[in-house]
Design a protein around this ligand. Structure first.
Ligand code: SAM
Length: 275
C-alpha cells in the first residue's frame, strides 16, 4: 500500500504560526520534500526535529518528483513544504500533488498561512469575490497582456511582487487600470507588518524615490460594475419593434418587452401602436 503525501503549510514570517499538527506530521513522516533545504533546516532546528530532506524545486521537479512518487508508492510517507506559506501556491508542489493523485496516492492537507489570504483579510478591500493573479511575468509583453486581460475585472485582484520590481509594476498597473485603489500588505506576521491603503498614483509617489524593502502582496480594487443602463419607454418600444420584426404581433411583442424591462405592457403597446 502506498504512503501519504502531506502538503504542509509553514509560517510566512512568524514561527508561532506553525501549527502543532504541522510539527507532528514533520516529525512522523519518513522524509520531507523541501523547496530549499537550507531554509527548512532552520524550521526543523527551531522545533528540534531531525528528518531526511530531499530538495524539490522548480528546476529539478521533474526528476526529483519521480523519485518522490516512487518512494510514496513503496509505502513511505512524505511531507511537502516550501520556504514559506502553502506549497503549490506560487511555489513548487502543483505537479507533485497532481502526479500523486494520478497514481492513487493519498494526499492530505496540513494547512498553514498563505500570504494572499492573510493580506486580503486585513486589507479592508472587498473580500467577497476575488481573484489571485500570482506574480506578473518578467517578460514585458506577457505582463502587459496579463494586465490588459484584467482591465474589466470587477473582483478584487491579488498579486505577489518582489520589492525590486514593485515600482515598475505599479507603473504598469496605473497604465492598465487607471488610478485604482490599492492596498499594499508588507511583511505580514513580522515585526514591521504594515498595510498601506492608497491609490496606484499615491503608491508610485510614495515609492518611486524610496524603493521599499521586504515582501509584498498587492491588492487592487476591481473595476466598478457599470451602472445598469436606464430602462426607458423608448428602449422598451425599440425592443418590442425588434420582436415584431421577427414576426410577433404588436400585443405579443409588447408583452415580451414588458417582461424583460419591467415596464407596463399597456404603456409599451400604446407607444408601439402610436408609432
Ligand atoms: N506559497 C506562499 C503562500 O502561500 O503565500 C507564497 C510563495 S511566493 C514564492 C512568495 C511571495 O509571497 C512573496 O514574493 C510575497 O509577494 C508573498 N509573501 C510571502 N510572505 C509574505 C509576507 N510575510 N508578507 C507579505 N508578502 C509575503
Amino acid at each position: 500500500m502506498s504512503g501519504t503525501l502531506y502538503v504542509v503549510g509553514t509560517p510566512i514570517g512568524n514561527l508561532e504560526d506553525m501549527s502543532p499538527r504541522a510539527v507532528r506530521i514533520l516529525s512522523e513522516v519518513d522524509f520531507i520534500a523541501a523547496e530549499d533545504t537550507r531554509v527548512t533546516i532552520k524550521l526543523l532546528n527551531h522545533f528540534e526535529l531531525k528528518k531526511e530532506m530531499l530538495s524539490y524545486y522548480e528546476h529539478n521537479k521533474a526528476g526529483r518528483g519521480n523519485l518522490i512518487i516512487e518512494r510514496l508508492l513503496k509505502g513511505e510517507n512524505c511531507a511537502l513544504v516550501s520556504d514559506a506559506g502553502m506549497p503549490a501556491i506560487s511555489d513548487p508542489g502543483e505537479d507533485l500533488v497532481r502526479t500523486a493523485r494520478e497514481n492513487g496516492i493519498p494526499v492530505e492537507s496540513v494547512p498553514g498561512p498563505s500570504a494572499l489570504v492573510t493580506a486580503l483579510a486585513i486589507s479592508g478591500m472587498p473580500s467577497g469575490r476575488f481573484c489571485f493573479e500570482g506574480f506578473l511575468s518578467v517578460n514585458k509583453i506577457s505582463r502587459k497582456q496579463h494586465l490588459q486581460s484584467l482591465q474589466n475585472e470587477t473582483r478584487t485582484m491579488i498579486f505577489y511582487e518582489a520589492p525590486h520590481k514593485l515600482v515598475a509594476t505599479l507603473r504598469d498597473m496605473l497604465t492598465a487600470f487607471g488610478d485604482r485603489e490599492i492596498a499594499i500588505a508588507r511583511e505580514l506576521t513580522k515585526l514591521h507588518e504594515t498595510v498601506l491603503r492608497t491609490t496606484l498614483s499615491g503608491a508610485l509617489a510614495r515609492f518611486t524615490d524610496d524603493p521599499p524593502k521586504g515582501e509584498f502582496v498587492l491588492i487592487i480594487r476591481g473595476k466598478e460594475p457599470q451602472e445598469q443602463e436606464e430602462i426607458t419607454l423608448d428602449s422598451a418600444v425599440a425592443l418590442a419593434k425588434n420582436r415584431m420584426a421577427n414576426g410577433l404581433s404588436a400585443s405579443s411583442a409588447a408583452k415580451e418587452a414588458a417582461a424583460i424591462t419591467g415596464l407596463k405592457k399597456g404603456e409599451i403597446y400604446k407607444a408601439l401602436i402610436g408609432m
